[in-house]
Design a protein around this ligand. Sequence first.
Ligand SMILES: Cc1cc2nc3c(=O)[nH]c(=O)nc-3n(C[C@H](O)[C@H](O)[C@H](O)COP(=O)(O)O)c2cc1C
Length: 405
Amino acid sequence: MRKTPDPLTRRALLGTIAALPAAAALPLPPSQAFRRAVPPPASAGEVLDVMGFEPLAREALPPAHFGYLATGADDDRTVLRNQDAFGDIEIRARRFVDVSHVDTRVALYGTRYAGPVYLSAVSSQRAFHPDAELAVARAARSRDAPLMISSGSSVPTDAVAAERGAPVWQQLYPTDDWEVTRALVRRIEEAGCPAIVLTVDTMPGRNNETLRRAMAADSRTCTDCHVNNNHDMWRKAPLYAGLDVSRVTTHLPMDLTPAYLDRLRALVKVKLLVKGIVAGEDAALAVEHGADGVIVSNHGGRNEETLRATIDCLPEIAAAVRGRVPVLLDGGVRRGTDVFKALALGATAVGIGRPQGWGLAAFGQSGVEAVLDLYVRELTQIMRQAGTPTLADIRPERVNRRGVR
Ligand SMILES: Cc1cc2nc3c(=O)[nH]c(=O)nc-3n(C[C@H](O)[C@H](O)[C@H](O)COP(=O)(O)O)c2cc1C
């Protein structure tokens, strides 16, 4: 009988084979077989899947900028877990349903959008393309997608909103100086943002080794990103321009307790969402202290190496929130089927981070449009196949955890 090699021996063997010159001739899994043979896409619309934009962005960007987009924390394993964990969830398709009309539209805070995929906060987008956040806003406009602007946006919020042609959500790093927080909130509300998204997962001191390695491989001096050699967001991003930031030392106060949420809630007149929740207890606290929405996020695995994928955090958070406010999710969403799974497990919409950067770096506005198109096209397809013509039909019983029936 043929013996299955144990995984370590197998890995060692594969490593040796990969190092041989003939490796390219070995049979590849069917999904990979033709990737190398295909000529590079001439336009964004020719890229077949969201992950197909990643190597194009890598090619287009200098090492430090690609490293900034790609990096996780420590060994980047949480980045990978976010993606891989979707593979542990199966879709239970049903037949005998009329799927002649599939409707992907979603209503969020009183506004209807074409699909349940939003562009999550990604800072410093001038590092990826000269048109930066303006190109992303134009793509969001043409595809009718929700847009969350980062505190570290290279372009002022009102200019982004003007290109989007509709109000945008503003992500907030409030700093550890309450006077600055107050001024930021006023500034954001005056810019007409209907929602402020407080990110709660970015304490100082994260270990972004991939970024540091990429920076070491890059000898350019980048004045586009580091005005007067400043790396601190509050010293370079337009959102903070003109404020007295001399007492600021971090993005977030170190005493970010429920009392801080109360204080911020009393200040913010528009919707307040909390981003960076990975435990049911914190989701319940956020809602009890006035949050209008909870975003299940580990910052795309960029802050801490927990190895816990956001899709695995979602069920306990949906259970704790009990439908009182919308639950959103980001992290590792790369396919329409991933969107489907997140919706089935309790999310109202999902956010994308790196994929918008890949599309932007590779093709500018049309790259971001193509990325959004892929999600909605793939989602439409799986909704038709699974017998769920509306988002409301995508319920928990439409998914199984692998091996659990
Ligand atoms: C380059 C980059 C910059 C980011 N900047 C911010 C930010 O300023 N504020 C924030 O709340 N999240 C930020 N994020 C996190 C994203 O909003 C989102 O949570 C995460 O990227 C989702 O995971 P994904 O990249 O796997 O899609 C950033 C992510 C990336 C990749």
